[in-house]
Every structure is written in C-alpha cells, then in structure tokens.
Design a protein around this ligand. Structure first.
Ligand code: ITT
Length: 198
C-alpha cells in the first residue's frame, strides 16, 4: 500500500485527507509541522512554498493550503482565513456582510512532492455565508458556510456528505488518482499481465 506523509498543523484537514485518500488504497501518515507561508494572496504560491519547505521529508509528501474567499470583501479572508478566525471568530465577518452580498467559496490547492518532482491540484466549492453559525461537525468556517444547492451548513451535514462536495475533496481526488497510477518511486504502475493458461 502506498503511504503519503501529510504535513500540516490542522487535525480537521488531516481527518478529511485520510478519508478522501482511503478509496484509492493510500495510507496517510500525519506529520504535524508548521510550514512557512509567504505574504501573497495566491494559494498556489503558498503551496509551492510549503512544498519547498518539506524537501527533507522522504517519500511521497502531501501539503495543502485552503481558505474562504468572499467576493464582496475582495476575496477576504482568503489565504489569511486561519489567522482571521483565530483573532476574530465569526462576529466581525457577519458585521461586514450585513450590507454586502454573502456569496463565498472555499478553495484548496493540494501539493504533492516526490524527490524533485511536484504536482498541484486545485479544488473549489461555491456557496454563501449563513445568517448565523450552525452545526457541530467539521472545523474552521464550516458552521457558517452553506454550499450551493443546500440549505444547511457544512457543519450541519455529515462529514461524508461534505466530502462529496468540498474544495478539498476535488483536490484530493485528483491527487489520489495520480498516486494510484504511480508507485513508491514515482514510476507508472503497469497493469499486471494475466498468465495465459498453457
Ligand atoms: P496548515 O497550514 O498547517 O496545513 P492551517 O489551518 O494553518 O493548517 P491554512 O493556512 O491552509 O491551514 O488555512 C486554511 C484555513 O481556512 C483553515 O484553518 C480554516 O480556517 C479555513 N478552511 C479551509 N478549509 C476549510 C474547510 O473545509 N472547512 C472550514 N474551514 C476551512
């Protein structure tokens, strides 16, 4: 079974990543480490920087950067989502959105590294900010995000349902497909030949 080391400080992300890669037969090992994030509004750049900082980790390495982007706030909190939630909670966001459109999207970019090779996989889910926080599942902004076509927040629906829709699931499914096609050294797996009955 292929094993991938997921480097992150976020246990909520780890739980989802583990569940999302399981169907591909991939085992996830969690390495809890804070990686430097450059001052940039671009998630891909953050992921490249995270991948650069895990060069010392051997074998397949996975990192992820994500955030909540609100167009009526020019994309805020975006790449600063984790920090803003720490210092603000939800209150000031509700305040800012009183007279602004509540459309929002979660975006994620997963990054894989094997030696000197890297791969990036984006994912996005659109929705809106709920009028008030609701639900206990998930983590981060899940209690205030209602995905498109639904009436309940990510924190109100079962995690398995979030994992069908989420930004992270899109990114991780693409990563899972790549991993399932390669071996521990990054070589293309060949389908086993059937022995012909002689
Ligand atoms: P690492 O960098 O160590 O992986 P982190 O939590 O600091 O962990 P990010 O810098 O990528 O991760 O920040 C992402 C933040 O965006 C995360 O902490 C949440 O606040 C929010 N977020 C991202 N995906 C989310 C999701 O699926 N549900 C709720 N909030 C999410």
């Amino acid at each position: 079974m292929l094993t991938v080391t997921f480097v992150s400080t976020n246990s909520g992300k780890y739980r989802e990543v583990r569940a999302l890669l399981r169907p591909f037969g991939i085992q996830v090992r969690w390495k809890r480490r804070k990686l430097p994030e450059p001052q940039t509004a671009n998630i891909e750049e953050v992921v490249r920087s995270k991948l650069n900082a895990v060069r010392d980790v051997t074998g397949w390495v996975l990192v992820e950067d994500s955030g909540l982007f609100i167009p009526s706030l020019n994309g805020f909190p975006g790449v600063y989502s984790a920090h803003i939630l720490d210092i603000w909670g939800f209150g000031p966001l509700f305040e800012l959105l009183k007279r602004r459109p509540r459309a929002a999207s979660f975006r994620a970019v997963a990054g894989l590294r094997l030696g000197r090779r890297i791969w990036l996989f984006p994912g996005e889910v659109r929705g809106k900010i709920a009028p008030r926080a609701a639900g206990k599942n998930g983590f981060g902004y899940d209690p205030i995000f209602v995905p498109e076509g639904r009436t309940r927040t990510f924190a109100q629906i079962p995690v398995a349902e979030k994992n069908e829709l989420s930004h992270r699931s899109q990114a991780l499914r693409a990563a899972g497909q790549l991993l399932a096609s390669l071996d521990a050294r990054g070589r293309t797996r060949r389908p086993r030949r059937k022995r012909s009955a002689a």
